[in-house]
Write a protein that binds this ligand. Structure first.
Ligand SMILES: [Zn+2]
Ligand SMILES: [Zn+2]
Length: 276
């Protein structure tokens, strides 16, 4: 584990924001709305605290897990390189070399200019985790986005409910209106941004595609259309298979960020040809 990845301003900013959202939601708005000493108030506090801890754990897994390195001895399998898509007859896995590292790149591997190395099944470089999202930490990243979205929506509901239940006409409020407006806007923005990121990654996960591949696919589809052909993602093995390839075959472990026993080497991937 590379602990020095924690020493970054964006990582610190994320932790600070998580801490702020948690503190104001529980100790200001929830306490003000339901009271932390009531059973329904404490139940909400327990559920929200668990969700934030889960989110925090996924975040640390994402930051500290190496996304995947290319083994120094890696040489592409010549037979694999000859694989062609059944419909388009286009080769899907030509041997590729990294211009910067001068080594062979396995399929779905890309060079990250920030990390200054090739990353297996690279999705993107995430500044907020100060790490690449790749083969070994994509599951944790997906769970992080999921839990952060749920946490933001939960916090937004608590802020809005607290504001609606409040008698604004009476005097002696603990918090001024502007505090509610600022926090409500923050929770709403977070919910929208994280929610749209989650929808995007649900799409990518269900199509067995990375963020980089989705950009490449848009261009490949355009080129194929121009020549009267249709583009097909070679790694798309069907919805359920695609989901299990990332989250694992055991549904009970789908939502645990470190349950990655199902992952292999990140060097070879099944393509649609295998299923035909
Ligand atoms: Zn490289
Ligand atoms: Zn990177």
């Amino acid at each position: 584990m590379e602990w020095e990845r924690l020493l970054s301003i964006p990582v610190f900013a994320v932790l600070l924001q998580m801490g702020f959202v948690y503190y104001v939601t529980v100790f200001s708005f929830l306490d003000d709305w339901l009271g932390l000493r009531t059973s329904v108030g404490s139940l909400n506090a327990i559920i929200f605290t668990s969700l934030i801890c889960y989110c925090l754990f996924s975040f640390f897994v994402c930051v500290l897990t190496d996304p995947g390195r290319v083994p120094p001895s890696y040489v592409p399998d010549v037979e694999d390189s000859d694989v062609s898509d059944q419909e388009t007859k286009q080769p899907v896995m030509l041997p590729r070399k990294c211009d910067t590292c001068s080594n062979y790149k396995p399929p779905r591997c890309h060079h990250c200019r920030v990390c200054k190395r090739c990353v297996l099944r690279m999705d993107h470089h995430c500044v907020w985790t100060n790490n690449c999202v790749g083969y070994w930490n994509y599951k944790a990243f997906f769970i992080l986005v999921l839990s952060a979205t749920l946490g933001s929506i939960y916090a937004m509901v608590i802020v809005v409910s607290s504001a609606f239940r409040r008698d604004w006409e009476s005097t002696g409020h603990a918090f001024p209106k502007v505090f509610y407006v600022i926090c409500g806007t923050l929770m709403m923005s977070l919910s929208l941004i994280l929610g749209s990121l989650l929808v995007r990654h649900i799409y990518l996960l269900s199509h067995n595609m990375t963020t980089i591949e989705s950009y490449e696919a848009t261009r490949a589809a355009w080129l194929a259309r121009k020549s009267g052909q249709s583009y097909r993602n070679p790694f798309d093995l069907g919805f359920y298979k695609n989901v299990t390839l990332v989250l694992g075959p055991n549904m009970m472990k789908w939502l645990w960020p470190t349950a990655v026993g199902h992952l292999k080497d990140g060097i070879s991937f099944r393509v649609t040809r295998d299923t035909l």
